[in-house]
Design a protein around this ligand. Structure first.
Ligand code: AMP
Length: 259
C-alpha cells in the first residue's frame, strides 16, 4: 500500500482516503463519492479495529460483509480497497492519544474508544499517505478528535467532513442499525426528531430539552450535550447504542452543514 501511494505521489496524483470498518451502507458510499470529487485516487480501507472496542462491546458481533462491500467500492470507482488482516504486532506497545476532544460525550461511557481510533487512523495515514481524508459528520466527536490529532501531530492531510446520510424518516444510517428489532426500528426516528426540535432552542437550552424529549420517548439516554456548536447525543435502544448530532441554532460550528 505504501509503495503504491509513493508511486501516486511521484506521478503527481493526489490521494483521498475513506477509512471504514466495512458493512458499508449509503452513508459510507456518500463519503466515497465525496472522496472521488476531492482527489485523483480514492483509497477505501476496511478494517474492524479491535482497539476501539471496549471489553464488553460488540467486536465479535460487528457485521462483516466484505464481498458486498468490495462490489460497492468497485461500482463507485474506488481505486484501491485496502483491507489489512491485522495492523497490530503481538507486542504492539505504542498508542496515539488525544486528551481533550476525546473526553466527555462518547468518551465517558467508552473510555478507551478514541485512543483506539486515533491510533488506527495514525497507522492508516502512515500506510495510505493520503492528501485528503473524508470522515462522516455522523461521528461528530470522532471528527473533532481527528481534526485535533491532524493539527497536533502535523499530519499533511486535509480533513473533509461529509454530511450525515439519513433514512427517509430521519434515522442516521449506521452499521449498528441492524442490531435493532422491527419494533425498536419503528421508534428509532424519534431520536433524530427530538434532537432537531431541541436544537432549535439554542445553545443554552438544547441539551436539557433533548434529554427531556428523549426520556419522554422512552429512550435510555447515555448523554445529550452541546459541543463545538452541535447537539450530540447517544441513546440505548435494545442491543444497540445509537449516536446522532445536529447543528444548534445560533451556535458556531466548524463542521459539515447538514440537518
Ligand atoms: P464506520 O465504518 O462506522 O467506522 O464509519 C466509517 C466512516 O463512515 C466514518 O467516517 C463515519 O463517520 C462515516 N459514516 C458512518 N455512518 C455515516 C452516515 N450515516 N453518514 C455519513 N457518514 C457516515
Amino acid at each position: 500500500m505504501q509503495s503504491f501511494a509513493r508511486g501516486c505521489k511521484r506521478r503527481g496524483l493526489r490521494i483521498a482516503f475513506v477509512p471504514t470498518m466495512g458493512a458499508l451502507h449509503a452513508g459510507h458510499l456518500s463519503l466515497i463519492r465525496r472522496a472521488r470529487s476531492a482527489a485523483d485516487v480514492v483509497v477505501v480501507s476496511i478494517y474492524v479495529n479491535p482497539t476501539q472496542f471496549g471489553p464488553r462491546e460488540d467486536l465479535a458481533a460487528y457485521p462483516r460483509t466484505f464481498r458486498r462491500d468490495a462490489t460497492a467500492c468497485r461500482r463507485l470507482g474506488a481505486d484501491v480497497l485496502f483491507a489489512p488482516a491485522g495492523l497490530y504486532a503481538a507486542d504492539h506497545s505504542t498508542w496515539v492519544e488525544e486528551t481533550q476532544q476525546s473526553r466527555g460525550r462518547c468518551g465517558t461511557s467508552r473510555p478507551t474508544h478514541f485512543r483506539g481510533v486515533t491510533t488506527v487512523v495514525a497507522k492508516l495515514f502512515n500506510i495510505v499517505l493520503p492528501d485528503v481524508a473524508v470522515f462522516g459528520q455522523k461521528d461528530a466527536q470522532q471528527c473533532d478528535v481527528i481534526a485535533r490529532m491532524i493539527r497536533d501531530l502535523h499530519f499533511p492531510v486535509r480533513l473533509i467532513i461529509s454530511p450525515t446520510t439519513r433514512e427517509p424518516d430521519g434515522l442516521a444510517m449506521s452499521s449498528r442499525n441492524r442490531y435493532i428489532t422491527p419494533a425498536e426500528r419503528a421508534r428509532a426516528p424519534h431520536f433524530h426528531r427530538a434532537l432537531a426540535a431541541a436544537a432549535k432552542l439554542g445553545p443554552s437550552r438544547a441539551a436539557t430539552e433533548a434529554r427531556r424529549l428523549l426520556k419522554r420517548q422512552g429512550f435510555r439516554v447515555d448523554y445529550a450535550e452541546v459541543a463545538n456548536g452541535r447537539l450530540c447525543a447517544a441513546i440505548f435502544l435494545g442491543k444497540a447504542r445509537l449516536i446522532d448530532n445536529v447543528p444548534v441554532k445560533g451556535a458556531r460550528s466548524k463542521s459539515a452543514d447538514d440537518g
